[in-house]
Design a protein around this ligand. Structure first.
Ligand SMILES: [Zn+2]
Length: 528
């Protein structure tokens, strides 16, 4: 079926939710500087709408939505709100500085959510959702309504809810597959049913939001677009709750590569997909799988001799996209000891980073220090430097590492001594033995800070090439039911481990302060 055969516009609106749904992925939380970096990358990628947070959820979320609304130009900036006045008021207040803003109101419509989460009758769901939409629309021109868990909602009831939402003033209607339950033909059928039965459906933008629990988020989104939806909600690298969301780069490149089939287009500057992907990976700490479609390191690599021969004769024998169309660069050797500030600035821009002059100065200083330790600087080294810059750039860390020594070897128990400087200027020392030097360091930090957590994951990777490559340590811990992730980078693995663990501990401490006065939720929390 050709999606453009039904007489509606062929332009698909790309609604990115990396900074809201993506950030809800366990352990993906970003600080303000990291969120601003991602928001800039999304704006230069050309997304039409960016959803950047859930302002009522925490003071930190509110502040980051407000900062992005103030600083980012181009896309419409959206914020999420449950179907109640305090949520909508908070979203509108945070969005106030944005030149173009959208309030995104949601309420669950499926029987299981109505009965067990909301404890509302169908009639109450209709009344509460349309009331909230009316309230939002009186205060904002652009209101999106999401029927949470629409894919598991009775088709007739979904028609009723959507019709009333349009009457109440919603300008975009979003149909989420919140739990990743749909399959493509079923999901297309939901869209077709709405387009056939809902009065006024042609007056609004019809949108979809799919999750990847069964690995079908992109396929379901494409099926819905072919059936007449014209907004797709997605995230860079497909990050998001549980198995994640529809991947922006995959849905965009599918539409572009198979224009012959879909007849649809987006406004995305596809040459920036790889750089947006690395900015998001750096900010969240979620590395992209090597075999990930479109932006994985192996997406355009060919090792088999037969493939290589075919590729030399004609690139299209084994590639449906050209690497340059997604901004994929085969070489990643960047800078050496004698590279100047200009070369650095150009390379940072190539990689998708948009920095203020003083931030470039700081990166340049760090780069010179690193160049004394290693001969060649690779893209991976730059990414890692940037991660460090943004980690330390905005969070006022509660504790800083001032010195560390660790001993290991045969015949002596591994031990470590650590000194931290606390924000109030106190210097705190501790020594410990452990199963290994890293374990001993973690014990020292735990004793000094008094923050106990359970280590869930610990891995070390080389960020670039060569014997003098820097090691990156990622630490994932659980503390009071939440997951925290920290990264450390050094040519010394024990030092990198200490930094990663300290970042986690600082995040836990910051979270404790933030959560002291959470707003009382009116309805049980959820998300689209
Ligand atoms: Zn979602």
């Amino acid at each position: 079926m050709n999606g453009n055969g039904n007489g509606i516009n062929d332009r698909v609106i790309v609604f990115d939710t990396t900074l809201r749904d993506g950030e809800q992925a366990p352990g993906a939380s970003m600080n303000l500087a990291q969120k601003l970096q991602v928001a800039r990358a999304l704006a230069s990628l050309g997304v039409d709408v960016m959803e950047v947070g859930f302002p009522v959820a925490s003071p930190g979320d509110f502040q980051s939505v407000e900062a992005i609304a103030r600083q980012i130009e181009g896309p419409i900036v959206a914020a999420l709100a449950r179907a109640n006045r305090p949520d909508i008021d908070a979203a509108l207040k945070a969005l106030q500085p944005a030149p173009r803003r959208r309030v995104h109101v949601f309420l669950a419509t499926s029987p299981i959510h109505r009965d067990y989460k909301l404890r509302m009758t169908p009639a109450e769901v209709v009344r509460v959702s349309s009331g909230a939409i009316e309230y939002a629309r009186e205060r904002c021109e652009d209101v999106e309504f999401s029927a949470e868990d629409a894919a598991r909602t009775e088709p007739d009831f979904l028609v009723e809810v959507v019709e009333r939402a349009i009457e109440a003033g919603a300008t975009t209607i979003n149909i989420p597959d919140t739990v990743g339950y749909a399959v493509p033909s079923h999901f297309a059928g939901i869209i077709e049913n709405l387009r056939a039965k809902v009065r006024g459906i042609d007056r609004v933008m019809l949108s979809v939001h799919c999750h990847d629990d069964l690995g079908m988020a992109v396929a379901n989104s494409l099926a819905a677009l072919a059936a007449g939806a014209r907004q797709v909600e997605c995230t860079v690298n497909g990050i998001g709750e549980r198995a994640g969301n529809c991947s922006l780069e995959e849905v965009v490149m599918a539409l572009r590569t198979r224009h012959d089939f879909f007849g649809l287009r987006t406004g995305i500057r596809t040459q920036q997909l790889c750089s947006a992907s690395r900015v998001v990976a750096g900010a969240t700490g979620f590395q992209v799988a090597r075999n990930k479609a479109v932006v994985g390191q192996n997406a355009f690599a060919h090792e088999s001799g037969i493939h290589q021969h075919g590729m030399i004769t004609n690139q299209q024998t084994y590639e449906v996209m050209r690497p340059e169309d997604v901004g994929f660069k085969s070489t990643n050797l960047v800078l050496g000891k004698h590279s100047g500030r200009h070369a650095l600035t150009a390379r940072l821009r190539d990689l998708g980073y948009q920095l203020e002059p003083e931030q470039i100065d700081r990166v340049f200083e760090e780069l010179k220090k690193l160049a004394d330790k290693k001969k060649e600087i690779y893209d991976g080294d730059l990414d890692a430097l940037l991660v460090g810059l943004f980690q330390n750039g905005s969070s006022r860390a509660r504790w800083q590492l001032t010195s560390l020594s660790a001993v290991s070897g045969t015949g002596t128990p591994p031990s470590a001594a650590v000194s931290l400087l606390s924000r109030d200027g106190r210097k705190l020392d501790e020594a410990a033995t452990g199963d290994g030097p890293v374990d001993a360091v973690f014990k020292c930090i735990e004793r000094i800070t008094g923050i106990k957590s359970r280590l869930r994951d610990f891995h070390v990777a080389s960020v670039s090439a060569g014997e003098d490559a820097q090691g990156e340590v990622v630490v994932v811990v659980e503390h009071e039911g939440r997951t925290y992730r920290g990264r450390g980078l050094s040519t010394d693995i024990v030092l990198a481990s200490a930094e990663a663990y300290l970042e986690v501990v600082n995040r836990i401490a910051a979270g404790r302060l933030q959560r002291k006065a959470p707003p009382e939720p009116e309805v049980v929390c959820g998300a689209v």
